[in-house]
Write a protein of this length. Structure first.
Length: 91
């Protein structure tokens, strides 16, 4: 298969085992940094996302996770900082 040959050639140029290159490409695909396409001949190609587009995606993800973390921390803070009675009940 041509894609296997190209992967081995690329892996050789990088001095890495083909399995490690495939694992890295899988990780980058999961993170949205690389797109995978399969054509009718079962040839798989990997294409990197343009840098500005990737940075935009990463920034949006960071902002969403930050908002969620702030909400969770505020809820936890409220739960432990509310006044309690000596009998263990919230005032």
């Amino acid at each position: 298969m041509r894609s296997d040959w190209m992967m081995q050639t690329g892996a050789q140029r990088l001095g890495k085992a083909p399995a490690n290159v495939y694992q890295t490409l899988g990780t980058l695909t999961q993170k949205g940094a690389v797109l995978v396409s399969d054509d009718a001949s079962e040839k798989r190609t990997y294409n990197p996302i343009p840098p500005r587009q990737l940075m935009h995606i990463l920034q949006q993800s960071f902002e969403r996770r930050t908002r969620n973390a702030i909400l969770a921390l505020e809820q936890a803070h409220w739960a432990i900082s509310a006044p309690w009675t000596s009998s263990g009940k919230r005032m």
